[in-house]
Design a protein around this ligand. Structure first.
Ligand code: F6R
Length: 616
């Protein structure tokens, strides 16, 4: 939530900041603003509620003079509604200091009272303005911006990335982070700060990670990092593995459309280099063999779509590695005195690597003595850095708020983990491993088949259903989490009521929702897997059809048993049962996108949401 960018260097900072914000807008789009120290040495600020386009308009009508130092912010509102006043930057020290912030300062109310008692008047409802005023007050005492940061950050509770620039110090931007992301970009004679590397990847792929509770001062081509006590710290360098073109729309109507089209590649890139002669070996897990042999339980932690990938992963981990697995919503795990031990492997799943709920749950698991492994899509992000090991999904940057290609890559990575751990523990027969490797290798082509052959029909169906008010999704076994994912995607971007159920649960209550015309998507298991399971789902279809439901079945090619009972059948290629979810979800992603598009909605930036949820 909230995108942050900072720049010092020889180029005009306004263009660089606005371009950086455009790439970060997926993090929040309630308002946007920039502060630049212009050539005359004055601090110029422009900020507007609404999307970045409104800030651009404001800059067109009232341009800022050339300046080479600046900060920019795109907001997902927490304290205070999305108004011009609440937009960042916030000013202090006689409007000579500008501050932007991502996160929530939990003790802001008492700090605000303290400042009000001294006569400070606040112009906004934000917690950020409190931080700005505190930094301004501390700066007035010493004239040292870094020292002022150090004095203030130690008084703040909660989560924050703060960036500031002061008229007295052109060529300097100071930042600090606690429980909220910040990375540094190193250019030729210029330096960047960003909530993530997307902020500066078009200028440089050389980056440094800023650690927890650290303060960073950037000058053109220079970086100084200290901890909150002022001790020097050596930041960890890394190279960004993708370029700016990967984060562009590249001719697609939306980022989501582009990212769904990249699902085959996301799976292929995640598998690449991890299959050797029919065996799965994940090089990042080398050295953990003894630990894997000794674990007695796996706990998977994640939120939203990533949580659903964990629910799918449970089937594979239990089948191939023969270890009991619990999958938990990260925010529920942390507050219920969870039981984990040194023989528990805690696997977190996160596209962004910044989700606060997941990060806090990982920290809690580590505190309780568990070993932590992160499945993550974003290099340099916090969760992998806080974990003992990481398996990256190589889905490439995901910009649309609704997660699609990262989801199929997350399931793929969980399968790789299950096969790797199963092999190490001697639980995986060679023929099962060889068959699974082959199935994994074949997935990209099969997903492509769905995109080539079923996309148009699925979009057409979505178009016809544009006035639908409620859609239900049913699945069984690995199809159940896919039903949940189908429902989440639809609510998230088309604002239609949608629910996912386990097909077997229907008769225990949800069947009461069925009335004539109610659309129900059913993820049908392969008849070549468990014939009983297939028959049971076909019986479920009959039960709801008898009550007037309109059935849209997602079934494998050649499954003729569903034809008489379904109104529509969307086909997926043949795959072993455990691999079906990675295929069955593709039409559901296309459907949600098609329906939101038919309703004229912004599929990339749905209302009230943000891509990276960095507040609890
Ligand atoms: C849904 C969606 C969210 C995220 C969730 C976790 O389309 O994108 O439900 O999956 O907020 O985010 P990450 O994976 O970044 O931890």
């Amino acid at each position: 939530m909230c995108g942050i960018v900072g720049y010092v260097g020889p180029r005009d900072s306004q263009d660089i900041l606005v371009a950086g914000l455009a790439r970060l807008e997926y993090r929040g789009y309630d308002s946007a603003g920039i502060a630049v120290i212009d050539e005359g040495g004055s601090l110029a600020v422009r900020k507007r509620s609404g999307k970045l386009a409104r800030l651009r308009e404001a800059l067109d009508t009232d341009p800022i003079g050339r300046g080479t130092t600046g900060i920019g912010h795109t907001r997902w509102a927490t304290h205070g509604g999305p108004t011009d006043q609440n937009a960042h930057p916030h000013l202090a020290d006689g409007d000579r200091l500008a501050v932007i912030h991502n996160g929530i300062i939990e003790n802001f109310s008492e700090l605000r009272k303290e400042l009000q008692a001294e006569g400070v008047e606040f112009l906004s409802d934000t917690d950020t303005e409190v931080a700005a005023q505190l930094i301004g007050r501390a700066y007035r005492e010493t004239g040292d911006l870094v020292a002022a940061f150090r004095a203030v950050v130690n008084r703040l509770d909660g989560a924050f990335t703060l960036l500031a620039t002061h008229e007295d110090h052109p060529g300097l931007v100071v930042g600090a982070r606690r429980n909220s992301p910040l990375v540094i970009g190193l250019g030729e004679g210029e330096t960047f700060l960003g909530s993530d590397v997307a902020a500066f990847v078009e200028h440089t792929r050389h980056a440094l990670a800023v650690g927890q509770d650290e303060i960073v001062a950037i000058r053109p081509g220079q970086v100084e990092v200290t901890d909150f006590s002022g001790n020097a710290v050596e930041p960890q360098p890394f190279e960004v593995s993708w370029d700016a073109a990967a984060a562009d729309k590249g001719g697609w109507s939306s980022f989501m459309a582009k990212e769904v089209s990249e699902e085959p590649e996301a799976v292929a890139n995640t598998v690449r280099g991890r299959i050797h002669d029919g065996e799965i070996r994940v090089p990042e897990l080398d050295g953990l063999d003894d630990f894997f042999r000794g674990i007695d339980r796996i706990v998977v932690l994640a939120c939203g779509t990533a949580y659903y990938s964990g629910l799918v992963g449970k089937y594979a981990l239990e089948k191939w590695a023969r270890i009991p697995v619990d999958v938990e919503l990260a925010h529920e795990f942390r507050y219920r005195e969870p039981i984990v031990s040194a023989s528990t492997l805690v696997v977190s799943i996160s596209q962004s690597g910044e989700t606060m709920d997941t990060l806090m749950a990982v920290k809690e698991a580590a505190r309780l003595g568990a070993k932590t492994l992160s499945i993550c899509n974003t290099q340099g992000s916090t969760i992998p850095r806080e974990s003992d090991a990481v398996v990256y999904t190589h889905a490439g940057p995901e910009v649309a708020v609704a997660s699609t290609k990262a989801f199929v890559a997350q399931i793929t990575a969980l399968y790789l983990l299950a096969l790797h751990v199963g092999r190490v523990r001697g639980a995986l027969p060679a023929d099962v491993s060889a068959e699974a490797s082959e199935q994994l290798g074949a997935l990209p082509e099969k997903i492509q088949w769905i995109l080539d052959n079923e996309q148009e029909r699925t979009e057409q169906l979505a178009h016809w259903m544009a006035d639908t008010r409620s859609v239900l999704f049913l699945g069984r076994h690995v199809g159940y989490p896919i039903a949940l994912e189908g429902a989440l995607k639809l609510k998230e971007i088309s604002y239609i009521h949608a629910e996912g159920f386990a097909a077997g649960e229907l008769k225990h209550g949800p069947i009461a929702l069925i009335e004539p015309g109610q659309p129900v998507f059913v993820v049908v298991p392969s008849p070549r897997g468990s014939i009983t399971m297939h028959q049971k789902v076909v019986s479920n279809i009959e039960e709801i059809r008898a009550r007037g439901a309109r059935i849209i079945a997602i079934a494998e090619q050649g499954d003729s048993a569903v034809l008489p009972s379904a109104d529509e059948v969307l086909r997926i290629p043949l795959a072993s049962p455990l691999f079906e979810p990675i295929l069955a979800v593709v039409p559901l992603h296309i459907f949600a996108m098609g329906l939101a598009t038919a309703k004229g909605l912004d599929v990339d930036q749905p209302r009230n949401l943000a891509k990276s949820v960095t507040v609890e």
